[in-house]
Design a protein around this ligand. Sequence first.
Ligand SMILES: *[C@@H]1O[C@H](CO)[C@@H](O)[C@H](O)[C@H]1NC(C)=O
Ligand SMILES: *[C@@H]1O[C@H](CO)[C@@H](O)[C@H](O)[C@H]1NC(C)=O
Ligand SMILES: *[C@@H]1O[C@H](CO)[C@@H](O)[C@H](O)[C@H]1NC(C)=O
Ligand SMILES: *[C@@H]1O[C@H](CO)[C@@H](O)[C@H](O)[C@H]1NC(C)=O
Ligand SMILES: CC(=O)N[C@H]1CO[C@H](CO)[C@@H](O)[C@@H]1O
Length: 554
Amino acid sequence: MKVAFASLLSFSFLITRSLGRDVFPDLYEASVSELQEGLDEGLFTSVDLIKAYFARIDEVNLQGPELRAVIETNPSALVQAAEMDAERELYGKRGVLHGIPILLKDNIATVASEGMNTTAGSFSLLDSIVPDDAGIVKRLRKAGAIILGKANLSEFAHFRGNLASGWSGRGGQAKGAYFPGADPCGSSSGSGIAASIGLAAVTLGTETDGSITCPSSQNNVVGIKPTVGLTSRAEVIPISSHQDTVGPITRSVADAAVVLSIIAGKDPNDNFTLAQPSVVPDYTQALRKDALVGKRIGIPRKVFLDGLDQPVLDTFEAALETIKLLGATVVDPADIPSAEEIVTSNNETIVLDVDFKIELNRYFSGLIKNPSGVRSLADLIKFNNDHPDLEEPVNYTDQSTQVLIESEATTGFDNAYFDALSIDRELGGSMGIDAAVKAFDLDALALPSQGFTSSIAAIVGYPIVTVPLGFYPDNFAIGIAGPETVYPAPGVPFGLSFFASAFSEFDLIGYAFAYEQQSQTRLMRKAFPEAIPSTQLQDIVENRVPTHVFKGLA
Ligand SMILES: *[C@@H]1O[C@H](CO)[C@@H](O)[C@H](O)[C@H]1NC(C)=O
Ligand SMILES: *[C@@H]1O[C@H](CO)[C@@H](O)[C@H](O)[C@H]1NC(C)=O
Ligand SMILES: *[C@@H]1O[C@H](CO)[C@@H](O)[C@H](O)[C@H]1NC(C)=O
Ligand SMILES: *[C@@H]1O[C@H](CO)[C@@H](O)[C@H](O)[C@H]1NC(C)=O
Ligand SMILES: CC(=O)N[C@H]1CO[C@H](CO)[C@@H](O)[C@@H]1O
């Protein structure tokens, strides 16, 4: 039925009008495969898709609930979409991402000639000219994806001190869509928000420690934080090459698997990627509802569940029953030997402070042009102090920009640095995740996506896949998160993390998919009404100029 209608569409614009709204995928939830199907059938074009997402961004970004999820939209996107549409018609599609709009976190570089900035949210990088697209952007373009825009973030991926999550000088305070003024977590805040209400088909974030996992969790979406070195960080504004990684934030595990399959792979411009397994798996092959059958999933209770809110703990216990129902053995507890040390250890900060200064200085000096004049971390600190109007949020009282100053004070790769780096490897790996995997013969571990969950994987560069787990109940007391944000709050989502050793993404995707398909959590609760954009593909298709009305009738 659907196919029959679609083949008629190329004949007459008028027939489109008579199609019901239900023929078009609802952009609040539309998957990559649904969008691809509609593009294949000629139900709508990539140009229509870009227009629809632009309209949806307009509805909620600076208007309505002012979610501030998007910093910039791509002025070249419509032209690029038209090219992708024409290419599809002439030669067929390049692959699953052909013509699909993707939103990038604003620390992922795109060539300036396209008309977008790359700033990590900071005015210090406004109008800077990057030498090249990021390595993963090259892969996306080659696959036919269209860069829709840049997402707001916690400025410099939250490496700027006591600033609220989701705040950047350029983008202002990003807010979650599940409660007015909700803390979106960070630092990939805008990517999480945009994915959660369909402001883009899919989005990308980056994680150093928690920056994909937490905003995915807190915005009711799926996040994959890949093993460090699976996805290129070339031309991504850095914190630390030992911990930074780029990954998808999407509404479903299936979409995340599609995106990861495209962006993973070696890049001569990021030598960490050269150490990955020689073949990038097709992660969509991992999407099996029976993926948990016969698997052993460990629960490292000690320390990691301390201090979490009761609704999160209760929902987590229920999730363990679901995991058992799906055929897995839940090994509980499966404690991690380094658990207590992780909480008190400051080794991670030592590594990040040293790496940030060296790598950010390298990024700044590699720019072809930077009109602000900022060329180093020292310049950046001065710039922030000289421009409190731009770079300090409402009612900001701490002028110290503490993290930047702490990092600037470091003096390079000394013994303390190398000690901290090797201790991190140990705490996260041989005394951490690897130790538990070995001692309990596990396939993976599972925890709520909060607290120290991201840290243990972060310090050793291991992957995490997070899926929607539940929502704070309606009667839950509202807490204060930042000057403009609240957390927790009624209806605010939280996630479930599966994690294991390096390059275990294929397995983790399978476990997350099996859980997601069984629990069906995401649509149990929607964003608050004003945060749900109303524009749908039908609105665009019905209003487009009917240039091909008589096509096919001759
Ligand atoms: C950066 O954004 C400004 C608007 O804020 C715009 O005028 C400028 O063209 C953009 N620069 C680049 C390189 O895209
Ligand atoms: C990458 O290159 C840098 C500088 O050339 C070197 O110090 C580092 O050890 C290399 N890392 C890997 C993982 O090959
Ligand atoms: C680094 O970790 C080790 C092992 O847990 C610990 O003894 C040491 O105090 C930590 N160093 C810092 C600076 O936290
Ligand atoms: C900033 O502080 C003033 C004075 O205390 C207060 O009235 C205002 O609501 C605050 N604004 C925000 C966004 O917190
Ligand atoms: C796409 C969009 O709405 N971008 C806006 C993000 O916020 C900044 C600061 O308010 C605006 O200047 C942009 O236009």
